[in-house]
Design a protein around this ligand. Structure first.
Ligand code: PMP
Length: 346
C-alpha cells in the first residue's frame, strides 16, 4: 500500500488550447463578440470594498433574474461556476444509484470523467451512423440519463419530441439535458419542466452570452431536485459573477443581435466549406463539424495550427476524420477558408 492507492485518479478531460498571442481561435466554442455592454457597467459598478464580504449565499440576485427571464420560479433555478460545475454537482446528486447511467458514445467528453471520478456506473449508447441520437435506445433500465442537446461535437439537435420520449420512458431516472448550445437554433426542453419531474435542464453563459471567463452555469428543474443540489452547495458564485450574469441575462436585444450574427456566419461558412468538398453536419450550435473526403483531419488540424488557426481535432473512434470549428467573426472565417482553399488545391 502506498499513499497513492487511496487517491482516486481519472484520465483528465482535456480542454482546447488557450494559446497566447495573436491567433485565430476557433477551438473552444467561445463567443467571438464581447458580452453585453451592460456587463461592463455592472462590473464597474461593483465596489471593491464589498469584496471583503462573502457573496449572497443563496445567489438570489442571479436566480431571480434567470427565473424572470425564463418564466419559472426562482426555486426552480440553480446557479454554479460554469455549467461544468453544475453538471458535476448534478452527477453527484442525481446519479447515486447502482444501475448504469446512460449517455451517447460521442458527446461532451467530460461526462465519463465525472462518472469515473464519482464512481458512478455508466454505459455509453452508440449514436446512429449519421450521428443522430435514437431516443428508443434509452428505453432500458438505467440509473439516469444525460445527453447534450444540441450534441457536441456533432452539432446535431434532437427534436423536442425525441427529448420527451426519453423523459416519458424514464419516470424513475433523472434525465439531464445539457443545453450549452441550445440558443443557436435548437428546441429547448424547458416547456417540459411542468410535465416531467425527472427533467433537469443545464445551461451556460459561456457561449451565447459571451461570458466563458466569468464561469456562470445554471440549471432548471422541479423545486425538489433543485433543493437536493442546493443542500451540498455553498458560496460558489462570486459577487462579480452574480452581477455580471444578471446584466447579461437582462440584455435581450444584445443577445439576439449576437446570436443572429453567429448563426448567419455559421450558415455562410457551412456553404463555403461544402463548396470546398467538405461534408458538414446540420449544426444548431456555434460550431461546425466537418470532414474532408481527401485530406486527413489531423493533417488539416496540424497545418492550420502552424498558420495560427486553432480548430479542434479529437483523435477518437468514429470522429477522428472530423474537425470541430467554432464560429468566429466573418474575418476569422474568411482567413480559415482561404487557408483551407490553399490546402485543398495541393
Ligand atoms: N456542456 C457542453 C456540451 C460543452 O461543450 C461545454 C463547454 N466545454 C460545457 C458543458 C461547459 O461549459 P461551461 O463550464 O463553460 O459552462
Amino acid at each position: 500500500m502506498s499513499l497513492y492507492d487511496n487517491i482516486r485518479r481519472v484520465t483528465p478531460y482535456v480542454p482546447g488550447e488557450q494559446p497566447a498571442g495573436k491567433v485565430i481561435k476557433l477551438n473552444t466554442n467561445e463567443c467571438p463578440y464581447a458580452p453585453s455592454p451592460r456587463v461592463s457597467e455592472a462590473i464597474a459598478a461593483c465596489d471593491a470594498g464589498r469584496l471583503r464580504l462573502y457573496p449572497e449565499p443563496d445567489c438570489h440576485t442571479l436566480k431571480e433574474a434567470i427565473a424572470a427571464h425564463y418564466a419559472v420560479k426562482p426555486d426552480e433555478v440553480f446557479v454554479g461556476v460554469g455549467s461544468d460545475d453544475v453538471l458535476a454537482l448534478a452527477f453527484l446528486t442525481f446519479f447515486a444509484g447502482q444501475k448504469p447511467v446512460l449517455f451517447p458514445d460521442i458527446t461532451y467528453s467530460f461526462y465519463d470523467v465525472w462518472a469515473k471520478l464519482y464512481a458512478i456506473p455508466y454505459e455509453t449508447v452508440p449514436l446512429a451512423a449519421d450521428f443522430t441520437l435514437r431516443p428508443e435506445d434509452y428505453a432500458r433500465e438505467n440509473g439516469g440519463v444525460i445527453f447534450a442537446n444540441p450534441n457536441a461535437p456533432t452539432g446535431l439537435a434532437l427534436p423536442l419530441s425525441g427529448v420527451e420520449e426519453i423523459l416519458a420512458k424514464n419516470p424513475e431516472s433523472v434525465v439531464i439535458v445539457d443545453e450549452a448550445y441550445v440558443d443557436f437554433g435548437a428546441e429547448t426542453a424547458l416547456p417540459l419542466l411542468k410535465k416531467y419531474e425527472n427533467l433537469v435542464v443545464v445551461r451556460t453563459m459561456s457561449k451565447s452570452r459571451a461570458l466563458a471567463g466569468m464561469r456562470i452555469g445554471y440549471a432548471f428543474a422541479a423545486k425538489r431536485l433543485i433543493r437536493a443540489m442546493e443542500d451540498v452547495n455553498s458560496y460558489t458564485m462570486t459577487t462579480l459573477s452574480l452581477a455580471a450574469g444578471k446584466a447579461a441575462i437582462e440584455d435581450e436585444d444584445y443577445f439576439q443581435q449576437t446570436l443572429g450574427k453567429i448563426i448567419k456566419t455559421r450558415e455562410e461558412t457551412k456553404a463555403s466549406l461544402q463548396k470546398l468538398g467538405f461534408s458538414v453536419t446540420e449544426s444548431k450550435t456555434n460550431f461546425l463539424f466537418a470532414r474532408n473526403p481527401d485530406i486527413p483531419a489531423q493533417t488539416l488540424f496540424e497545418t492550420l495550427r502552424k498558420r495560427g488557426i486553432y480548430v479542434r481535432y479529437f483523435k477518437k473512434p468514429r470522429i477522428d476524420e472530423h474537425l470541430r470549428i467554432t464560429i468566429g467573426t466573418d474575418e476569422d472565417m474568411k482567413q480559415l477558408l482561404e487557408e483551407l482553399r490553399r490546402l485543398s488545391k495541393r
